[in-house]
Design a protein around this ligand. Sequence first.
Ligand SMILES: Cc1ncc(COP(=O)(O)O)c(C=O)c1O
Length: 386
Amino acid sequence: MELLSAVAQSYPRSGIRRMFDLAAGYDDVVSLCLGEPNFDTPLHIVEAAKKALDEGLTHYTPNAGLVELRQAIADKYKRELGLEYTADNVMITVGAMEALYLAMVTTVNPGDEVIVPDPCFPAYLGQIMMLGAKAVPVPVREENEFKLQADDVEKAITSKTKAILLNSPSNPLGSVLGKEDLEAMAQVVLRHNLVVFSDEVYEKIIYDGRSHYSIAQLADMKERTIIINSFSKTYAMTGWRIGYLLANKEIAQHMPKIQEGIASCVAAFVQKAAVAALTGPDDPIEQMVNDYNRRRSILIDGLNQIPGFHCQKSPATFYAFPSIKDFGKTSQEFAEELLREAHVVTVPGSAFGNMGEGFLRLSFANSDENLKEAVRRIAEHVKKKY
Ligand SMILES: Cc1ncc(COP(=O)(O)O)c(C=O)c1O
């Protein structure tokens, strides 16, 4: 008897973890491989969690989450994007990761096709596979400022296409889809009657006066868009495991029963901390984004001074995605070489899809000193070897 399921045998391994594990063999590396803020959670959020624990919030909450938090999220969307939602549209989840899964499990059937950008956040592919659906990668190119093109999406649509997964701002590309890009995408979505999963977890980490735009803000799009968001990146809360989604009520009403079967609910005191995050001051976010902005220049300007590296200045996120094609190596070979010889941990672009070949992803959610040191080590290595 075969003990293992097909999912267990074929679930894709993370190329990010692979580099992380390889790096464990070295004790003096500068690691630019993980995608998480290097800040602690702002104090007023931590205090709110402690207070909630002291007050005895140690029990189950409703499956959909505390009404107070769901209402605070609905208010945020009204305030920031002018979108009308109520608490009934909001589902609280274990990070954006579970929000993505709930969004898909309520709308996607086995055999359906889901369009994903290539390169993309690799967890999308595993989740789509677990549902017995098929991920259809659509190439995203450097010459288009790493923006997914509506024409390319339309070419990939078949009679089985159910949904498209958008991720703006993008991990790993750092790119942003603006209103005009989204208008073109919305035309395609409406023409083919698709559902949109819009992963907007990097909405606040955006630079140079740009502001985030959601496809749900466009005419006729809100009803067919499920927005996925999280506290992880904006509030440096990756370890708290709390995110959320917004969907139309017909879809949203099926989610609590599924949540009951997956995680029951998110920890009550964590939900209270999330209320404090949304209703508290924005200064800590501004401070973090200012720091990321400075670090973006240190890393990207630094890389661009190294012969052979070409890197667009990411308009958002804390990722740089430089081309390393000039070195004539695969991105896996080059990332392993940088680890072995320069002791800098990066992620090969190929970990994010075939179109990531020839690129690396480096995170600048790190200290100024570490970023300067990483650039110094890479420059020295390149000078010596090429
Ligand atoms: C694009 C994207 N979506 C979702 C997630 C998951 O976030 P969370 O920690 O909220 O589960 C990440 C985390 O790296 C991400 O980069």
